[in-house]
Design a protein. Structure first.
Ligand SMILES: NC(=O)c1ccc[n+]([C@@H]2O[C@H](COP(=O)([O-])OP(=O)(O)OC[C@H]3O[C@@H](n4cnc5c(N)ncnc54)[C@H](OP(=O)(O)O)[C@@H]3O)[C@@H](O)[C@H]2O)c1
Length: 323
């Protein structure tokens, strides 16, 4: 099957469903002392189980085991290219070794670069230090490529981001990126940007899931030819989503899983989505959404879940130095 894609306002095609590589903290780079410490912490975990519960924090070693699955996920995703399709990966300079791991896996797989669509992002620190161009060079090195498909400003960092956008526009004319865009922007950010921009962002990648549906942002984006990319698209399947009887009933009706319901909902809203997973079966499940269509009344039920609940910081009131 051909990759299902959307057309961006500059004519580029972007796959409707991608893979969010997420943060990868490479163990090798952390050294054996670090691993020993993590191991000891895991051993001590049972003693501190209440602390973990109170802090709503996963055991560290479990996180690392999950991260170790990421190269396999990237490889599986790459191997699913056939029939001239494209594979979309979302990564960022801020996700530790994520770019390097993706670069390694792309090199190993032997698949043509033309079949891969890469999104990566400028760090907030590069915005503050005025080193956006250097950041791009580092991303190109990490990813072992000579161009990025979509290069994004990671956050609308107060005081720096409009100047950074002007640098992004210059970068675009260098040919090292095919398109530029933003992340985590609300309509008022976009309004501010459009006042100074010579190039309109192709995309706005923002937190978007059942509990934070971004209807105003989507409307604004649509009116200005900006595609919304939904990050954290499954809302991490939190209890409020997993525990819902209403959602279970809709899933039963279509004989689909909860993640398929949510992924299809994103597609029908016209959003690109980039879920992350460390499970091969989840990976294929999340893409198996093309042979059913949600009826308007079911889309309406899903709309009722919008409740302004964020997993990530609100770009209007956050400490950008910690992101
Ligand atoms: N631009 C930005 O500022 C920004 C910010 C945050 C995130 N992002 C992007 O968004 C991507 C995804 O975000 P995220 O990982 O935070 O949230 P997510 O994709 O909404 O949720 C991932 C979680 O859902 C689970 N999951 C995935 N598929 C599943 C399935 N079919 N059944 C059951 N559980 C499933 C995964 O567990 P399993 O591993 O067990 O499947 C994982 O715990 C990131 O990797 C990143 O690329 C961008």
């Amino acid at each position: 099957m051909e990759t299902v894609s959307f057309r961006l306002s500059n004519g580029m095609m972007i796959p409707a469903v991608g893979f969010g590589v997420g943060t990868v903290k490479d163990l090798r780079a952390r050294g054996s002392l670090y691993i020993a410490r993590e191991f000891a912490l895991e051993k001590a975990k049972d003693l501190f189980v209440n602390h973990y519960k109170e802090n709503n924090r996963y055991p560290i070693l479990k996180d690392i085991k999950k991260e170790k699955m990421i190269p396999q996920m990237i490889q599986a995703k790459l191997q699913s290219v056939w029939g001239g399709g494209k594979i979309l990966f979302d990564t960022a300079r801020a996700y530790c070794y994520s770019e390097e791991v993706l670069g390694d896996e792309m090199r190993k797989c032997g698949i043509s670069r033309d079949n891969i669509f890469i999104i990566t992002k400028v760090t907030n620190i590069a915005q503050r230090q005025n080193t956006v161009v250097k950041d791009l060079e580092a991303s190109l090195r990490n990813l072992r490529t000579d161009y990025i498909d979509l290069y994004l400003l990671h956050w609308p960092q107060t005081d720096t981001w409009l100047d950074s956008w002007k640098v992004m526009e210059q970068i675009l004319s260098s040919g090292k990126v095919k398109g530029i865009g933003v992340c985590n922007c609300k309509p008022h950010h976009l309004e501010e940007l459009l006042r100074i921009a010579d190039v309109i962002p192709l995309v706005n990648e923002c937190e978007c899931h059942l509990l934070l549906q971004q209807n105003d942002t989507r409307k604004y984006c649509r009116e200005h030819g900006i595609k919304l990319i939904a990050h954290t698209p499954l809302g991490r399947l939190t209890e409020q989503i997993r525990g819902s009887k209403e959602l279970k009933e809709i899933c039963n009706k279509y004989q689909i899983s909860l993640s398929q319901l949510i992924m299809r909902w994103h597609y029908q809203l016209g959003d690109v989505s980039i879920p992350n997973t460390t499970s091969l079966s989840h990976l294929s499940e999340n893409e198996d959404i093309w042979d059913f269509e949600l009826l308007p009344e079911d889309m309406e039920v899903l709309k009722g879940f919008d409740s302004d609940v964020r997993i990530w910081p609100d770009p209007d009131c956050c400490d950008f130095t910690r992101l």
